[in-house]
Write a protein that binds this ligand. Structure first.
Ligand SMILES: *[C@@H]1O[C@H](CO)[C@@H](O)[C@H](O)[C@H]1NC(C)=O
Ligand SMILES: *[C@@H]1O[C@H](CO)[C@@H](O)[C@H](O)[C@H]1NC(C)=O
Ligand SMILES: *[C@@H]1O[C@H](CO)[C@@H](O)[C@H](O)[C@H]1NC(C)=O
Ligand SMILES: *[C@@H]1O[C@H](CO)[C@@H](O)[C@H](O)[C@H]1NC(C)=O
Ligand SMILES: *[C@@H]1O[C@H](CO)[C@@H](O)[C@H](O)[C@H]1NC(C)=O
Length: 838
């Protein structure tokens, strides 16, 4: 078997007194945070972290050049550390002072941009830390392409070095002519020993000792919760991501967010995971007879031939006693834990615990995954058939040759196809299109930065401009368990970064005082938080004695926040429509900036579409919601003063109010059409994986037909009740757009339609709907219908359905719904004092 030779059995010691003096909160020992190629002095990033120059740690004789990236990708929130790089054409070494007995984080940051003469696709190199191989034949360019990201950070956890220094060596590959190495940022930070306990290798009784191992962080997920940035972590500057992209199939269970509770860290140190990880969780719900028939499963793509430490975090807030919830934990179909009972482990409600397991991932076809299954344990006769999970971390353990490096990930099928189809003059010197395509569409083999798996980078070759969605936060309020994937804006024209909202926008929106906002949110009470993003927290609130609103409060320290705040108000204050989420007003007082929106009681469309989710929507409801959303988009395209392209149409951006009226959200960063005066809104390219118009890749030209394409995917999602991307399905089925088209053409669409619709929905209606959806997915924008034509078809489909149901009202066409506010007649604040939804 593949066990390290130095396996020692250690008792599982969980003592929390450890180290509080050594690191965690002590500011003076933050380790080294280096921005490579920085001339000198100190530079701040957006979080206020200080990065210093790397120059003095270079070993004498190491040749390097420093260079500036030719272009700042919009997903880079700050110049530091990514806009400067150190480039090595020959082997070069850094030497860092270190403590002999400490574990360290070593984080390497790479931004594969053009640096002077150096093309990022030529960078192939290895990196070693003392004698540990971290990367070999590494291409940051190929990796970022495959993961659809502009930049990448790799996090390693090095076992105590037994030496007072760490040498970090970069070596260009000798297999590629002209290869060079580069790095943008290096962090070397002492941390407490996080890998103390022993973990058993699943499927054997062999204990594996991780304490002397070097590990690479593969995944770190806040299950059932949201993105947690490095400075929100419990002192260890880790980043935690949303788990939804990793859930297998449609059975996502339910998420629980236990607000206003104190996590009890009596059995583990507080730094193990922040309270937000333990206060949110995913479980199956409480219907015993349903839970017998499904397991909650997560799937992780990993490199084969390595052992992985899987750390599961638990904290039960619902159970009081032992044997209320008992479940089994399976890793790659092998029992890791036969009877997991969180209360038995932790000793009580609200007490945090974690458990470590080790799996070996073999190298066979289809083996490069870790399946994590949680399955209710009926035989233990628990009170409830349910499972629970709060957090997951997956770490790769170095092999016997002290190696952690895996192959570069393969680009996704969809991306390669798009690159392949590009006209000649857009093709890059070493286009990954030549690479054999095996990866799944979302994810990628070594995706540490994860949420970006949902998003896509579009490289605009000609102008050397590229854009990406970053994993910061959604711009408009986040609802329920919606994801935190979205983008940041840049304002190009206005240099008045800190200026105030324009007089025009002020006139159009209601101005709230901070006192009003505080009153509405009970002084920003944590129990009112309905979402958290890079901009800040989103609170539920009540104004005017009864109107529910969503209030987005900016983080006063972020400069980005000021810009977005302005863009949002400028843009949204001009748009009023029944099927768009409305900005009601804003508050700007001193440091405080808040945006006030309509509250959407029923959350996102996505939440209601898939099995295991809130409600089952009838066919008629789905039609009405699609029609509503189509109207919202139609208004953006034609009804407003300028053509506005949404750019990120997807089921999580279609929100539902208490009457199931669909409203399009997150259009604050939409791009306005050609007649908008330039320099007003950014030209950030955005879009979500699975929804992105293929023509957009080929031509880099954004038209409103790109929205039509994305909306076509939404229509199939509503019809088939499955996500736009499901990486766990066989390759040809991963992308709903591709799969639905294929089935439609083969005449087998019936097989993939939501079974719940069978026998209930009128077949003619479905056919009309599917025909319309198919047209939306036409390869060429010109062949796609306009939103207006689409609306006509959807309404026809609704008519057909209503006729079967014997409903009398046939025409749903709303005539005078366009409510663009005339810019000359500013709305007065009190025009918003209404309790009815728009
Ligand atoms: C790890 O082990 C050390 C020494 O054995 C102990 O002092 C420390 O508390 C342990 N840390 C954790 C997280 O269990
Ligand atoms: C970095 O931030 C500190 C305060 O946190 C400030 O004093 C300093 O001027 C900033 N440096 C730069 C280069 O912006
Ligand atoms: C759930 O997991 C158990 C244990 O592997 C398995 O026997 C069962 O078939 C699974 N159920 C489903 C619905 O996948
Ligand atoms: C686990 O079982 C599922 C179905 O039961 C199968 O599809 C999957 O390939 C198995 N995984 C491994 C690693 O054996
Ligand atoms: C290096 O990586 C590239 C890109 O993944 C791959 O095509 C090539 O075969 C690798 N070379 C070696 C020597 O492994």
């Amino acid at each position: 078997m593949y066990i390290n030779t130095h396996v020692i059995l250690l008792p599982l010691v969980l003592v929390s007194v450890f180290l509080s003096a050594i690191h965690v909160s002590s500011k003076q020992d933050e380790g080294l945070v280096l921005s490579c190629g920085l001339a000198d002095g100190v530079a701040n990033d957006t979080d206020g972290r200080k990065w210093e120059s790397d120059a003095k740690y270079l070993v004498e004789g190491s040749n390097s050049i420093t260079s500036r990236a030719s272009y700042q990708d919009p997903s880079l929130q700050a110049e530091v550390p990514y806009m400067t790089a150190r480039i090595f054409k020959t082997e070069a070494t850094y030497k860092f002072p270190a403590k002999t007995d400490m574990r360290y984080w070593l984080r390497l940051h790479f931004y594969p941009s053009v640096y002077g003469e150096q093309n990022p696709s030529d960078a192939y190199f290895s990196v070693t830390a003392n004698e540990i191989t971290l990367l070999s034949n590494f291409s940051a360019y190929v990796t970022c392409q495959a993961l659809s990201q502009a930049y990448i950070a790799r996090e390693y956890s090095l076992a105590p070095l037994n030496s007072d220094s760490l040498t970090l060596t970069f070596k260009p590959s000798d297999k590629h002519s002209g290869a060079f190495a580069f790095v943008n940022g290096i962090e070397l930070i002492p941390i407490p020993e996080l890998f103390n306990g022993s973990a058993v290798l699943v499927g054997s009784d062999q204990p594996v000792e991780a304490k002397s191992s070097n590990l690479e962080t593969m995944f770190r997920l806040n299950v059932g919760g949201q993105y947690i940035s490095a400075n929100q972590d419990s002192g260890l500057s880790r980043t935690w991501y949303d788990d939804t992209p990793y859930i297998y199939g449609a059975a996502t269970g339910i998420t629980l967010d236990t607000k206003n509770v104190k996590i009890d860290y009596k059995t583990i140190p507080e730094y193990m995971a922040p309270p937000t990880v333990y206060s949110t969780s995913r479980s199956m719900g409480v219907e015993n007879n349903v839970n017998q028939n499904f397991n909650l499963t997560w799937i992780f793509q990993v490199d084969p031939k390595f052992m992985y430490l899987v750390r599961l975090h638990f904290c039960d807030f619902r159970s009081e006693k032992v044997n209320q919830v008992v479940f089994s934990i399976l890793l790659n179909n092998q029992t890791a834990e036969a009877t997991a009972d969180v209360i038995a482990w932790s000793g009580g409600k609200g007490v945090a615990v974690y458990k470590d397991y080790v799996v070996f991932v073999k190298d066979g076809p289809g083996d490069e995954t870790i399946w994590l299954d949680l399955c209710p344990e009926e035989e233990a006769k628990p009170e409830f058939l349910d499972v629970l999970l709060n957090g997951v971390e997956v770490f790769k353990i170095n092999d016997e040759a002290k190696n952690l490096a895996g192959p570069n990930p393969q680009p996704s099928a969809m991306l390669s196809k798009a690159v392949q189809e590009q006209p000649k003059d857009f093709v890059l010197p070493e286009s990954p299109s030549k690479t054999k395509v095996i990866g799944t569409a979302a994810g990628g083999a070594a995706g540490f930065a994860i949420v970006a798996a949902l998003c896509i980078v579009v490289y605009e070759r000609k102008k050397r401009v590229s854009g990406t969605e970053s994993h910061t936060s959604s711009w408009l309020p986040l609802y329920g368990n919606s994801q935190t994937a979205c983008s940041k804006s840049t304002i190009s024209g206005k240099s008045t970064a800190s200026s105030h909202v324009s007089a025009m926008a002020q006139g159009l929106s209601r101005h709230f005082s901070i006192a009003e906002i505080k009153h509405a949110t009970k002084n920003f009470d944590e129990s009112n938080v309905i979402g958290v993003g890079g901009f800040g927290k989103v609170y539920k609130g009540v104004i005017d004695g009864g109107t529910k609103v969503a209030i987005k409060r900016s983080n006063p320290s972020s400069e980005q926040g000021v810009n977005e705040f302005q863009t949002e108000i400028e843009m949204l204050s001009k748009l009023r429509h029944k099927h768009l989420v409305s900005l009601i007003g804003f508050c700007e007082e001193g440091e405080e900036m808040c945006l006030v929106y309509d509250y959407m009681a029923k959350g996102t469309l996505r939440e209601h579409l898939y099995k295991g989710n809130k409600t089952q929507l009838s066919w008629k409801q789905r039609l009405e919601i699609c029609i509503g959303a189509a109207r919202g988009l139609h208004y953006l395209h034609t009804g407003a003063k300028y053509t506005i392209i949404h750019r990120d149409v997807k089921t999580t951006n279609i929100l539902l109010d208490e009457n199931w009226v669909a409203k399009v959200s997150d259009f604050g960063l939409s791009k306005t059409g050609p007649n908008m005066n330039q320099g007003h809104v950014s030209t950030v390219v955005k879009g979500s994986f699975g929804y992105l118009d293929p023509e957009y890749f080929r031509r880099q030209q954004l038209t409103e037909k790109s929205d039509v394409y994305s909306f076509g995917v939404v229509l199939f999602e509503a019809l088939c009740a499955r996500p736009a991307l499901n990486p766990s399905l066989p390759k040809e089925q991963v992308s709903l757009a591709d799969w639905a088209l294929q089935c439609k053409r083969k005449g087998t669409l019936e097989d993939i339609i939501d079974p719940l619709l069978k026998g209930k929905a009128n077949l003619e209606s479905i056919k009309k709907f599917a025909d319309a959806a198919e047209k939306c997915l036409s390869d060429h924008g010109l062949d796609r219908p306009s939103m207006n034509d689409l609306l006509w078809n959807l309404e026809f489909a609704l008519n057909l359905q209503e006729n079967t149901e014997g409903s009398s009202h046939s025409s749903h066409r709303e005539e005078s719904e366009f409510e663009e506010v005339s810019l000359k007649q500013p709305r007065k604040g009190n025009a918003f004092k209404q309790t009815e939804p728009w």
